[in-house]
Design a protein around this ligand. Sequence first.
Ligand SMILES: NC(=O)c1ccc[n+]([C@@H]2O[C@H](COP(=O)([O-])OP(=O)(O)OC[C@H]3O[C@@H](n4cnc5c(N)ncnc54)[C@H](O)[C@@H]3O)[C@@H](O)[C@H]2O)c1
Length: 359
Amino acid sequence: MQPVHLWIRSESRETERRAPVVPVDVPLLLDAGFEVTVEESRQRVFPIEEYAAAGALVADEGSWTSAPHDAYVLGIKELPDAPDSLHHQHIYFAHAFKGQDDARETLERFRRGGGRLLDIEYLVDENDRRVVAFGHWAGYVGAALGVLHLAGTLTAPLAPMAKHELDEELKRAGKAGVDQLLALVTGARGRSGRGAQQALMTAGLPTTRWDRQETQDLHKLVLLGHDLLVNCVVTRTPTTPFVERADLDHERRLKVLADVTCDVTGPTNMLPVNTEITTWEEPVRRLHDGTPVPGNPPLEVIAIDNLPSLLPREASEGFSADLTPHLLGLADEGGPSAPWRAAGRAFDEAIDALEEPAS
Ligand SMILES: NC(=O)c1ccc[n+]([C@@H]2O[C@H](COP(=O)([O-])OP(=O)(O)OC[C@H]3O[C@@H](n4cnc5c(N)ncnc54)[C@H](O)[C@@H]3O)[C@@H](O)[C@H]2O)c1
């Protein structure tokens, strides 16, 4: 067993209240011989006292920059802009390996400091499946926002909430008549698809479930016969989109698209009628005004790319339960376990690609 020091940093994004490891999971790490330090944070949903009571050491907010050299610095979202060279091993979602905005700058910071980025999105098992993700609660919240919008009770700006509050709103929406409407979940067998179904069940909405098999021959008329479409599909191969511009003038019940996938600009966007995300400030955007004739209502989209942050407690608890056993794999006798090695390879490839001339 290798001694491992895990340093849980504060988040720099002010709306980010989640934590990658929750207090109740800290003793699992300590029992395995880890040293665990947790930074104070103004916004984290779990008070620092709970971490201290669980046995973690407490450090000042943002003090990871002076953490011991061998510490793994763990967070969820992006690092602050300074310092401009990074010398630790960082574990978080960096969105820096696919040429995204700021990707090069992020990688350059690691290269300058000699640090390493173990991106959580690239922690995969031997079958190339991600071992930890926030999908379930993304689906839950995405579907819930769709239901509340159908009920006319979605108010902006959105803010983080407790699940029981959201569930009360969902039940109220159901009783107010939304339970007479029809919902369709695409990608229904995945993590977020299953989460979406749970929220719809809480509101009492009859739900159709489609995964790969059911969309092989796409039944457009059946699709358009639902009031709410919650899209949770992940695909790498461009496929027949679910809703295209030509469908908007068609007779339809479809009024709200809740796009959990949020792949709005990529070639695999299953809802190309929309090409922009929406935000907590403006969660809903009108895509089509509809026409006064019955059977052609306005169509609106909700495409928020940080849905789990709206249920920070539940999202953190589920994520931490999945991540903690893998963190233990950092201390494996023969070196970090397979998912960490996979994430390390992804980082090395991204650094190598920095050398390649831009095409
Ligand atoms: N909006 C947010 O805040 C947020 C947060 C977390 C994750 N996400 C995104 O949500 C998406 C879903 O993640 P997940 O963890 O549920 O993925 P997942 O891999 O668990 O599930 C994807 C599902 O899509 C199905 N699928 C693939 N092609 C299909 C097709 N043509 N028709 C029907 N079904 C098809 C797969 O069989 C699978 O069941 C990802 O793109 C992820 O990045 C969004």
